[in-house]
Design a protein around this ligand. Structure first.
Ligand SMILES: [Zn+2]
Length: 162
């Protein structure tokens, strides 16, 4: 699916411009998620959404690529902030695991506890970013989410489990 960022970057909205309220983004995300869950179930929906995030992460990773993992992660942190996705804070990086917190998460920050984690797209995005660098498939899951009462969004990537 390479090249989608270039396609969707072409915006012609002379009067309205490129900014939209966060609520519009969340409405799109949540209503799409609810409908997907109805059709394919909780597990299927989260897998689909995570996979979409993973593809985006791979495309963004290819744009930001850098030989050094440290420099690469620095660029990713800047990108995520500039795009107002959130404030990405690396929590742990070992051979086995990457853990990142996403403060002020675009999707869940400030949401009440609805008893489930909802940022599957973001988890996939982080996995795609990692996959773009390590050139292999990794496993990912969202370990904390504002929507499950955690007061932060956090993603774990397991480097050696596909
Ligand atoms: Zn989140």
């Amino acid at each position: 699916m390479a090249g989608w960022i270039e396609v969707i970057s072409q915006v012609r909205r002379p009067q309205l411009g490129e900014e939209v309220p966060l609520l519009v983004f969340r409405a799109f995300r949540v209503f799409t998620g609810i409908y997907l869950e109805e059709i394919v179930g909780d597990k299927g929906a989260s897998t689909l959404i995570q996979k979409a995030g993973r593809e985006l992460g791979k495309e963004v990773g290819a744009m930001l690529k850098d030989e050094s993992l440290e420099a690469y992660l620095g660029k990713v942190v800047d990108f995520v902030k500039d795009a107002k996705i959130g404030l990405l804070v690396p929590v742990e990086l070992t051979e086995e695991r990457l853990v990142v917190a996403l403060d002020e998460c675009i999707t869940c920050s400030g949401m009440p506890d609805i008893g489930k984690r909802i940022c599957h797209f973001e988890a996939g995005f982080v996995a795609g970013i990692v996959e773009s660098h390590v050139k292999r498939r990794v496993r990912t899951y969202e370990s904390k989410c504002n929507a499950s009462g955690d007061h932060i969004c956090e993603v774990v990537v397991e480097m050696n489990h596909a």
